[in-house]
Design a protein around this ligand. Structure first.
Ligand SMILES: [Zn+2]
Length: 264
């Protein structure tokens, strides 16, 4: 069980003892939508909810820790603890009631140090999570699986700060190189296509399939996943040498990565 040396430790019980252990692979940042102190937040987790975060950062930058980083905390839905035992460490932060404000300079500084510690202590890789289960750093709103179907937490200002200041700051503080911006879309997961998605990603995929000579489109490609996308994708799989069930038109990670769908 790991406790951040710079944090004020206020362990929430019985959760701290009762909740299962995790192997921390992600750090997820939040806004509380309340301008509370660390002590007030501790009392709220302890008395009023079945939720809690691992950490809390006040406006002035003071950091509190409520749960050890190798114990599950319940702020990130399906990322709290996955069947393989991996899980996310959650960081709540003081904000205004609508979480429309920016993190204060003191909060930014604390988040950067905390993230760098997370990398050194637990080996969380210096990248922004590419999927809901991908190890790295993220914000609560990035993946619907991290909440009950989606959240606006943190607000737009903090989301921008995360990408432009906090995450690059973590990379620098941890002694890493800034990651190259990704040129291609990561595989969105097999389930994504099963739900008949409507997304610019489908159009981008379709354009690549056409460019590879794998078009089964009579019109389009367009943003809605259709049978024409599936038939086109099956052509791509056959072009790669797959057959049978491996060329059924449902995208998989290997064939997707080879398609090199540009960032949308
Ligand atoms: Zn949140």
């Amino acid at each position: 069980m790991a406790w951040y040396p710079s944090a004020k430790r206020m362990e929430v019980q019985p959760e701290g003892n009762a909740q299962p252990s995790i192997r921390p692979t992600q750090m997820i940042f939040h806004s509380l939508a309340a301008p509370w102190t660390g002590r007030r937040t501790y009392e709220y987790w302890r008395d009023s909810t079945s939720l809690e975060s691992h950490f809390y950062v006040e406006f002035g930058g003071s950091v509190f820790q409520y749960i050890g980083t190798q114990t599950r905390a319940d702020a990130n839905m399906y990322a709290n603890r996955r069947p393989d035992g991996s899980g996310a460490v959650s960081v709540e932060t003081a904000s205004n009631l609508q979480h429309t404000d920016r993190w204060t300079p003191s909060q930014v500084s604390t988040l950067i140090k905390l993230g760098a510690w997370m990398h050194k202590q637990h080996g969380v890789p210096l990248r922004i999570c590419r999927s809901a289960s991908d190890p790295g750093f993220g914000t609560h709103r990035m993946f619907a699986q991290w909440s009950n179907g989606g959240t606006a937490c943190p607000g737009n200002e903090r989301q921008r700060q995360f990408r432009e200041v906090v995450f690059p700051g973590i990379v620098k503080a941890a002694g890493g190189k800034p990651p190259k911006p990704e040129k291609y879309e990561p595989f969105p997961g097999a389930d994504f296509f099963r739900n008949t998605p409507r997304s610019a990603l489908i159009t981008a995929m379709g354009k690549r399939l056409v460019a590879e000579g794998c078009s089964a489109y009579s019109e389009g490609p367009g943003p809605r996943w259709t049978d024409a996308d599936k038939r086109s994708y099956a052509k791509w799989q056959r072009k790669l040498g797959y057959s049978g069930a491996d060329a059924d038109g449902w995208p998989g990670k290997t064939s997707w990565d080879k398609l090199k769908v540009p960032k949308v």
